[in-house]
Design a protein around this ligand. Structure first.
Ligand code: 2RA
Length: 329
């Protein structure tokens, strides 16, 4: 399999390379793609060195699959060019996610929507992936009615500049600001840009993407996305009301039995998910499972995952694995 990594020198691109190697994805040729300033550099992969090329050259090399993490503008311009050359694109940006002609996929949930005709496939937003991984099996059993989410998102979701801002603040040195305010010992209710309705783009991703992935728009969602000074992953406090009542022990069992989910929930030993314990893992961790005593049929959950792995690179590679396993590429 000839595989291009568009954005190979970025944070998610680097994690993609790590995950591809860890999972022994069947790569015969790697095509690292980056901006002109990186062209000609080499990137190590599976004991070999591969030379970085620009986008136009990568299209001409006709990769079988191109994993994109290079921003929405690059995806909008270049994904169709790769697709026209016969490449299957799996894109991490928000560019194609809500396009009705494109699939938005978490393989464990809706991999079955994929066909060999899909040449541009959207990887959901990181905070969406961890949310639906936990909610999908519960929705199937109890039918969601309304979901209220508060996120606590790592600076790594913003990118290198944001991680550098936090490092600089902690080191007491001046540097470029990724955020409008200091992030150290702070919390910013501001992930991505504000929209006309007062929500941020990040919050509207949480409102819209789960309905497409779960193929059901009968439930409602509201969200508040908050940036906090952590590095290891995104956390979410989730309050979900179902149409039907549930049994807490059955909820735990359903989650424990779900591939990709790890329940960490033992108050006697202070066991609950945390970014520092989710860091560099591919599972989605669920804890603080308890009934909301203020409203019928309603559950509170705490969900944590590494936003660069299952939230981005690993889910992307899992989509590629699904395509290969089902002979769709
Ligand atoms: C964030 N989910 O955390 C967005 C993009 N990675 O900023």
């Amino acid at each position: 399999m000839k595989v291009a990594i568009v954005g190979a020198t970025g944070m998610v691109g680097n994690v993609m390379l790590k995950v591809l190697a860890e999972r022994n994805f069947p790569i015969t040729e790697l095509i690292p793609v980056a901006s002109q300033k990186s062209v000609g550099k080499t990137i190590p992969f599976n004991g070999k060195e591969f030379t970085v090329v620009n986008l136009a050259t990568a299209v001409e090399m006709k990769p079988d699959i191109a994993l994109f993490s290079a921003g929405g503008d690059t995806s909008m311009e270049w994904a169709p060019k790769f697709a026209a050359a016969g490449t299957t694109v799996i894109d991490n940006s928000s560019a194609w996610r809500m396009d009705p002609t494109k699939k938005l996929v978490v393989p464990e949930i809706n991999g079955d929507v994929l066909t060999s005709e899909d040449k541009i496939i959207a990887n959901p937003n990181c905070s969406t992936i961890q949310l639906v991984m936990a909610l999908a099996p519960l929705h199937k059993k109890y039918q969601m009615k309304r979901v209220v989410i508060s996120t606590y998102q790592s600076v790594s979701g913003t990118g290198v500049k944001a991680v550098q801002q936090l490092d600089n603040e902690e080191a007491g040195v001046e540097g470029e600001m990724a955020y409008p305010h200091k992030i150290g010992r702070n919390a910013l209710p501001h992930c991505d840009v504000f929209l006309e309705n007062g929500y941020t783009k990040e919050e509207m991703k949480l409102v819209k993407e789960p309905k497409k992935i779960l193929r059901d728009d009968t439930f409602s969602v509201t969200a508040t996305a908050v940036r906090i000074p952590t590095a290891g992953g995104h956390s979410e406090a989730v309050n979900v009301q179902f149409e039907n009542d549930f049994d807490l022990s059955e909820v735990r069992q359903i989650l424990s039995d779900t591939d990709g989910i790890v329940v960490q929930d033992d108050l006697a030993t202070n066991l609950y998910p945390m970014p520092i314990t989710a860091h560099e893992k591919d599972e989605v961790f669920v804890g603080r499972i308890r009934r909301d005593e203020s409203q019928e049929n309603t559950l509170n959950l705490w969900i944590v995952a590494d936003n660069l792995r299952k939230g981005a690179a690993t889910n992307t590679v899992q989509i590629a694995e699904y395509l290969v396993a089902h002979k769709l590429v």
